[in-house]
Design a protein around this ligand. Sequence first.
Ligand code: AMP
Length: 109
Amino acid sequence: MEQITIFHKIRDKQIPADVVYEDDEVLAFKDIHPKAPTHLLFIPKHFVASVAELTPETAHLPGMLILKAQKFAAQQGIAGYKLTFHVGKEGGQEVPYLHLHFLAEQVLE
Ligand code: AMP
């Protein structure tokens, strides 16, 4: 059975988050414990636990998240940023719901 994580609840609007971008495929919100002046998390609306759980059917999701982050950065005028996927507990992943960390020194307007 699919384990319900905090990101399911944010996706389903059961708990609040500081959402900065949303469309049919993705939700992006501010990380509650930012590690850079701008620290966002991009999650797919379609649940996958981790990069380690990807299959041929879901392998497009990380690329889709990266493209959304790229478009978001361009729209916001953020010239440079870091993108990270943590994979598994041993890789520093606390929330077992695929997410892309977006970190930038530039503050979001
Ligand atoms: P990870 O360690 O890759 O699983 O990252 C999970 C991230 O989610 C951490 O950076 C947390 O600070 C962040 N986080 C946890 N709970 C929330 C929340 N309710 N709203 C926003 N960010 C959260």
